[in-house]
Design a protein around this ligand. Structure first.
Ligand SMILES: Nc1nc2c(c(=O)[nH]1)N=C([C@H](O)[C@H](O)COP(=O)(O)OP(=O)(O)OP(=O)(O)O)CN2
Ligand code: ZN
Length: 143
């Protein structure tokens, strides 16, 4: 089995609603997204001879996915007062609402599915919230 990895980081703020402790306050992370794709086979012949896929394509897609969240305040939909949210948006702040609690685990599953939707045979997605803490999402069956 061949495993290829590509990673990209983004800087964003978030908070955990209904969390008892400092993480319920708005705070920032340098999030790192590490995507691993797998294949039993290599391409034979042509430009991609001896490769699973071109690293350039994988890197481009991981970067595009991560960059969307860069320098934003990421909010779980429904966890900020409507008036507060509207004022932040009106004042030009980049707010991204997500449908899940913005934990490393949920982001790992979310990015896994995003990459699958782009057609990659994803082995694992890992999201680092801090340099020493990360969560991974993977499926055990091979497509
Ligand atoms: N399993 C998870 N636990 C926590 C998550 C998470 O996504 N998954 N997230 C948080 C918070 O977002 C928090 O920012 C991380 O907290 P912490 O580990 O305390 O990070 P610090 O770098 O601030 O740690 P210090 O050792 O206090 O500097 C919480 N838990
Ligand atoms: Zn956090």
């Amino acid at each position: 089995m061949y495993i290829l990895k590509a990673e990209h980081s983004f800087d964003s703020a978030h908070f955990l609603a209904n969390y008892e402790g400092k993480c319920s306050n708005i705070h920032g992370h340098r999030w790192k997204v590490l995507i691993e794709v797998q294949s039993e086979e290599l391409v034979s012949g042509g430009q991609l001879d001896g490769m699973v896929i071109d690293f350039g394509d994988l890197k481009r897609d991981v970067k595009a996915m991560a960059d969307f969240y860069d320098h934003a305040l990421i909010i779980q939909r429904g966890t900020m007062r409507k008036e507060t949210l509207e004022l932040l948006v009106e004042d030009g702040f980049k707010i991204i609402e997500v449908e899940f609690r913005p934990t490393a685990e949920n982001f790992a599953a979310f990015f896994f599915k995003c990459m699958e939707e782009k057609g990659y045979n994803v082995k694992r997605a890992t999201v680092y919230e801090t340099p020493t803490n990360c969560a991974s999402y993977e499926r055990n069956e091979v497509r």
